[in-house]
Design a protein around this ligand. Structure first.
Ligand SMILES: [Zn+2]
Length: 189
């Protein structure tokens, strides 16, 4: 932007061009203001909602495969380093929850068993097994969408997560739980 303004100024240093420069500057300020506004509203590309949407895409893959629709992504320094969805039916393995696979994939990708600089985004509240897995990874943050009233780790009423793990609940909770409801309704029909 700065380069454009200088170019106009030097190539046409007449009075009317100063107006153009003023207009350009005002656009530039509006742009900065808008960027700040967007950041303030939490609508940046790297928002929790953005990554939860990516986890939802994984959950939809599970849905289409006839699996309980839970999806997860792990993010490290604004980059998705693992994507996974529930595969318990496909692998005939009750431990093949989205989070467990995401931990393994992220650890492989980062070549580190600890995920201290990472955030797990998962569409459903983790179960006790996955919360226990998260403990061992020492993951920095967990963000989940819908509550799991039957199997969620919070039902235990004891601290399961690592003391360094921050927790955020209810991000895009409605679409996350809607997918679960739709899946079980379809299964009953
Ligand atoms: Zn689990």
């Amino acid at each position: 932007m700065e380069i454009t303004i200088k170019f106009i100024f030097f190539s046409c240093p007449k009075k009317k061009c100063l107006n153009k420069i003023e207009i350009l500057l005002s656009y530039f300020h509006s742009f900065l203001f808008l960027t700040d506004k967007i950041k303030y509203m939490g609508l940046t590309v790297f928002s929790d909602e953005y990554y939860m949407n990516e986890a939802l895409k994984e959950a939809r893959k599970a849905f289409d495969a006839g699996e309980v629709p839970v999806g997860a992504v792990i993010v490290c320094k604004d980059r998705i380093v693992a994507r996974a969805h529930n595969l318990t039916e496909t692998l005939n393995d009750v431990t093949a929850h989205a989070e467990m696979q995401a931990f393994t994939a992220a650890a492989n990708y980062l070549n580190s068993k600890y995920l201290r600089d990472c955030t797990l985004y998962v569409t459903l509240e983790p179960c006790v097994m996955c919360a226990g897995g998260a403990y061992w990874t020492q993951i920095g943050r967990i963000v989940y969408g819908a509550e799991d009233e039957k199997r969620g780790f919070s039902l235990l009423g004891k601290p399961v997560l690592h003391p360094a793990t921050q927790l955020e609940k209810g991000v895009l909770a409605k679409p996350c739980s809607r997918l679960m409801t739709e899946f079980f309704r379809k299964k009953r029909d």
